[in-house]
Each structure stands twice: as C-alpha cells, then as structure tokens.
Design a protein around this ligand. Structure first.
Ligand SMILES: C[S@@+](CC[C@H](N)C(=O)[O-])C[C@H]1O[C@@H](n2cnc3c(N)ncnc32)[C@H](O)[C@@H]1O
Length: 274
C-alpha cells in the first residue's frame, strides 16, 4: 500500500462512516484488509480502491465488508455500570409512570447488542419493582453501521466468553437460557429491542423521537466537527427533557448549547435544553 493509496483510503473511511484514521494506522488497515482482498479475489490495495469507486453490486458488498473490517466492535454487558444505575434510580422513575406513554430508547452504535439488551434488562428490573407502571409501550432500537454486528445482535445468542464480560452468574441464570455453545436471551428481554443497520452520518429523523439515547464509545473515532454535527442532530430527535449518555472518555463540545450537563448521583449525563 503506497502512502497515496493510504491517503485515499483515509478519505473514503471518513466520508463513508466518519472514522478518522491517523497516519500511524497504516499497519492496522493493511492487516484488517488483507483477508478482504482474498475474499474478493483482489490482487492489490489499488484494485480494492478501484472497485470501491465503481457503482456496482459487487462494490456495495465490498463497501459493507470493508466497513465491517474497519470498525471496532468492542463492547460488554452493563459497560460503565454507573450509567445503568443512574437510569434505574433517577431517569426511569421520571419517564415510566402509570400514565400511558410510549418510552423510546436508542442505543446508537450498539455493536453486537449488549448495550441495547443491558438497557432492556435494566428496564425490566425497574418494572418489576414498579408493578403499577405501564409496561407494554417500551421500544428499544439498537443501530450500528456494521451489518455483521447487527446480525449478531438480532440473534441474541452469545458464547460463554461474551457473556462473562459484565454479567454475573445470577444475571446469566435470570435472563438467559443455556444453549449449545453459549446462552440465548430470554424472549421477554430480547422482544423489547429491535435492531437495524444505520450510519450516524445519515439523517436521523427516520428513526423517530427518543426519550433516551445511549451513544457511547464511538465518538472517539470521529473528528470534533463530525461529532458536533451528530450531537446537534441527536438533540433534534430527543423529546423535551430527553437524555443522552456518552462514553466516559467522550466530552460534550463546550460550545454546543443543545444540551445541558446533569450531575447525577452516579455519573454525568446530558439533557436536551428547553
Ligand atoms: C467500540 S463500539 C461501542 C459499542 C457500545 N456503544 C459500547 O459502548 O459498548 C463502537 C461501534 O460504533 C460503530 N460505528 C462506527 N462508526 C459508525 C457510524 N458512522 N455509524 C454507526 N455506527 C458506527 C462500530 O461499528 C462499533 O460497533
């Protein structure tokens, strides 16, 4: 891969999914794309770039595969536990009442589904303590740019290794059924969540309005400008007083007035400004 080809690839990835690659990532790109070259019977990186630019079904397939290869789908159950505690103790009591009202939650960049399903488990636990709360109208949507990750999320089946990351034995027994080679989420938890492929760079209004957005550990890959644009558009699809959670290492740009920071009991989060 020449440095010019690497530069073209950097631009392609930034334009197609917002991911900004530094100059030091050339080795990573090469190692992640080598299997893709083989799969598509391409001789060189130059051929790959050429095919990506051709409008064809094959090029669309290649693009999906390249994005799958270049995204980091690292996740776990109840990642950043403080967020779920805050949700259960402070936010859900405000949003889930005994008045009929639909609660809509978006796990944006949900990877293989653990975040969206952790939200479903969290809501389930809350509802069990609040029998008078209305349970039927809860909609959790998990989206991710990676088709592969979404496929895994939809199956709701996880190998032992993935299950142990963030879940104790009691939670495993309570919310999963053991199956050959791993665990399957019980349908009362998985039914509350649905998944679709979605690129955060695309218009979001098609997803509807939300009460809660979890968008964690993805902004680290984007430029400040892309991050700001996405956050501004997220504010537009949050309902009044809707809340947003970012990853611990992801700060809200100080000049973005669409959100106000809330110092919760367990963590900081953001609320749409009136
Ligand atoms: C490190 S994972 C974070 C998963 C989860 N939110 C968590 O905190 O555990 C980052 C995810 O962002 C997704 N992603 C990257 N660029 C994206 C984009 N433009 N639109 C939607 N998802 C994207 C990746 O596919 C990956 O699954």
């Amino acid at each position: 891969m020449t440095s010019e080809e690497y530069h073209v690839f950097q631009e392609f990835l930034k334009q197609s999914c917002g991911i900004v690659l530094g100059p030091e990532k050339q080795y990573l790109v090469r190692s992640r794309l080598t299997p893709v070259l083989k799969e598509f019977h391409l001789k060189s990186f130059k051929d790959l770039l050429r095919l990506l630019n051709k409008p064809s079904i094959q090029s669309k397939r290649l693009m999906i595969r390249v994005i799958d290869a270049m995204t980091t789908n690292e996740t776990s159950w109840f990642r950043e536990k403080a967020h779920f505690l805050e949700l259960e103790e402070a936010i859900l009591p405000r949003l889930i009442t005994n008045q009929s009202r639909k609660l809509r939650v978006w796990s944006a960049a949900c990877s293989t589904g653990q975040e969206a399903y952790s939200l479903s488990i969290c809501i389930d636990q809350f509802l069990k303590q609040q029998p008078s709360a209305i349970t039927q109208d809860i909609d959790i949507i998990g989206t991710d740019i990676s088709e592969n990750a979404i496929k895994v999320a939809k199956q709701a089946e996880y190998p032992e290794m993935a299950i142990t990351r963030g879940l104790g034995k009691a939670a495993r027994a309570g919310f999963f059924d053991q199956i050959h080679g791993g665990y399957k989420l019980k349908t009362e938890i998985s039914n509350r969540a649905r998944f679709q492929q979605f690129n955060l760079l695309k218009p979001m209004t098609v997803l509807g309005q939300f009460d809660i957005i979890f968008c964690r550990n993805v902004f680290i890959y984007f430029s400040e400008q892309i991050k700001k644009d996405i956050l501004r558009r997220m504010a537009e699809i949050l309902k009044p007083k809707g809340v947003l959670f970012l990853g611990r290492t992801e700060a809200m740009p100080s000049d973005l007035k669409a959100f106000q920071v809330i110092d919760g009991h367990h963590c900081q989060y953001y609320q749409k400004t009136d």
